[in-house]
Design a protein around this ligand. Structure first.
Ligand SMILES: [Zn+2]
Length: 520
């Protein structure tokens, strides 16, 4: 049985037919911020990401490029998907590929178990299949084509015609789980979030569920159905199982018990797979359902969903090469309410970089440390009497620590950052009001100067700890400059405000240097 002691969080595993765009990086960063936050809360946090490598679309792309599908997948994993994690500074605990033996063998165990317990039967299927989605489409999912496809019905997502397929297939008796799923959504309102996603899933299941075709026999790039090797497992059925095969299902019971169930962060376009098919599969197998499925919104560029196929794809390194990975992470987590659609623009990124990161946070850190160097030879003062203004800052530190912790519990990353930024703004206002540069002019104000500087240094320490999951590079530098002991990532985030300062500061380079070049 699961002991649920860990915070296990996943991204979707990404399809290796193409290269990453900022939509993929956005999902990775969100899951990584949550994992880092929980790690810093003293939990056993475990972040899984990886790649989905089977299916007809991969086979076709590989063939078109004159290589085997495995060679194609190897190339994309090494040249595109693993580098993406470095580009946006992801600290994942594992990376699973659906071609890993540990996945294939244990996915087969799962399938055999479902077959032996009567959840799978043989049937005939005819339907419209979109190779882009790797999914059979209902007639209501299709729209009228335009241009070269005028007069045909096309996939609403890919704008390409679907193929009419007729196959002998193995089917999963998903229809028998509709009532159990509805009861799950009812009894555990947090199972699918945010509320808009939950409502969509409930109304979908209320229309009734069909059984799910889970095998294909017209091509062979996939996991073999264990009792019939003329069939391979449907790519989504295969892919979803990564969340348990990576966590030890079938081969490491201790690990699986510790990690499972997971929190799944997914784009809302694949919500049904995660909130309907996946829990039905687990219910059939007698495995606990996920802790939560969170469907985030789409990134819009010029009002269109970000995707390579719509030609609006932006490579993450187009942003990080200029602004750095911290700014990428901060911008997307701050500017977009997690769970809602959000628009990306270079202008907004540039403006927030300058006003919030460079002027708001970076400049605050540089000024405070420079004043400690100038007025106290770098030694952090030990202040005696704190004024009301100093105590107010202390109070804000505690308040925003609690508010941010609460927000992260709801996966409201944007609210957590907004709360933390209240401290950035208050500290800036505090420095302006206290005028330490004036206090430094009169030896009679020495005690007051020291109280102001130590208050500002403590505030910065609290910011370093609280912002570490979001901007790990800048906060590591700041922590070192503040004379913090150990790594900032080892500091308890839920007690960030308790830090009372190190012995000395050391010089700090600009955390967010001015960017001269125009971009976009
Ligand atoms: Zn499609």
């Amino acid at each position: 049985m699961s002991d649920g002691s860990s915070f296990y969080i996943t991204t979707p595993i990404f399809y290796v037919n193409d290269v990453p765009h900022i939509g993929h990086a956005y999902t990775e960063v969100a899951a990584d911020v949550l994992a880092r936050w929980h790690r810093q809360s003293g939990e056993d946090a475990w972040l899984l990401t990886g790649t989905d490598e089977h299916g007809q679309k991969i086979l076709r792309t590989a063939t078109a490029n004159g290589v085997t599908p495995k060679e194609w997948a190897d190339r994309l994993v090494e040249t595109a998907w693993k580098p993406l994690l470095k580009t946006v500074d992801i600290r994942n605990d594992d990376f699973i590929r659906t071609t890993d033996v540990r996945h294939e063998v244990n996915a087969q165990k799962f399938l055999q178990h479902l077959y032996d317990s009567g959840h799978i039967y043989t049937g005939e299927y005819e339907g419209f299949y979109c190779v882009g989605c790797e999914e059979y489409k209902q007639p209501s999912d299709l729209i009228d084509g335009v241009g070269e496809y005028a007069g045909q019905q096309v996939c609403a997502i890919h704008s390409i015609p679907c193929e009419l397929l007729h196959e002998k297939n193995y089917f999963f008796r998903m229809s028998t789980f509709a009532d159990q799923l509805l009861a799950l959504y009812e009894e555990n309102p947090n199972f699918v979030q945010p509320a808009s996603a939950r409502n969509e899933v409930i109304s979908f299941v209320k229309q009734g569920l069909s059984d799910l075709s889970i095998s294909r026999s017209s091509f062979d790039w996939g996991i073999k159905v264990p009792w019939d090797d003329s069939h391979v497992v449907y790519v989504w059925f295969d892919a979803l199982l990564n969340y348990i095969t990576a966590a030890g299902y079938g081969h490491d019971d201790e690990k699986f018990s510790r990690l499972w169930p997971a929190t799944h962060v997914v784009g809302k376009d694949i919500l049904r797979f995660h909130a309907v098919i996946w829990p039905a599969m687990l219910l059939a197998a007698g495995i606990e359902v996920p802790r939560q499925v969170f469907g985030h919104g789409w990134l819009l560029v010029g009002g269109e969903k970000m995707s390579k196929s719509k030609l609006t794809g932006i490579a993450p390194n187009q942003i990080t090469d200029t602004f750095g990975s911290d700014a990428f992470r901060y911008y997307f987590m701050r500017a977009i309410s997690f769970g809602q659609d959000g628009s990306f623009s270079w202008e907004d990124l540039s403006a927030r970089y300058q006003s919030e990161l460079a002027n708001g946070f970076g400049n605050l850190a540089s000024r405070v440390i420079a004043m400690v160097v100038r007025y106290c030879d770098g030694e952090i003062p030990v202040a005696g009497d704190f004024s009301e203004a100093d105590e107010l800052i202390r109070g804000t530190e505690k308040r925003v620590t609690d508010a941010a912790t609460l927000a992260i519990g709801h996966l409201a990353i944007h609210d957590a950052i907004a709360a933390i930024w209240e401290l950035v703004d208050e500290l800036n206002g505090y420095i302006t009001a206290q005028e330490p540069w004036s206090l430094a002019k009169d030896p009679a104000d020495r005690d007051r100067l020291e109280a102001v500087l130590v208050t500002a240094v403590r505030g910065l320490g609290t910011l370093a700890v609280l912002l570490s999951p979001v901007v790990p590079q800048a906060t590591a530098k700041l922590w070192t400059a503040l004379g913090g002991i150990g790594l900032v990532t080892d500091q308890r985030i839920d007690r960030a405000w308790e830090w009372t300062g190190g012995p000395r500061v050391s010089p700090l380079e600009a955390l967010f240097p001015r960017i001269e070049a125009t971009v976009g």
